[in-house]
Design a protein around this ligand. Structure first.
Ligand SMILES: [Zn+2]
Length: 68
């Protein structure tokens, strides 16, 4: 283990392929908007208010989903 002279390699971004980066979800209870990226960091999909039902907030497309 020696960190003498290593060429600067660009850090690869690890992103799960199952989620769409940039997808916005809106809590159906308090209306707080969050991104899929933020939700994926949490141990479980949950709003700051404690509610677990989100609906996808996408422009031009309105779909209601229940994450239960
Ligand atoms: Zn909420």
């Amino acid at each position: 283990m020696s960190e003498a002279t290593s060429p600067p390699a660009p850090a690869p971004k690890e992103q799960p392929a199952k989620v769409f980066a940039g997808a916005v979800y809106e809590c159906v209870r308090c209306g707080t908007r969050t991104t899929q990226e933020e939700l994926s960091r949490l141990p479980e999909v949950k709003c700051i208010c404690g509610f677990r039902v989100f609906r996808k907030a996408r422009p031009s497309v309105v779909k209601q989903i229940k994450a239960i």
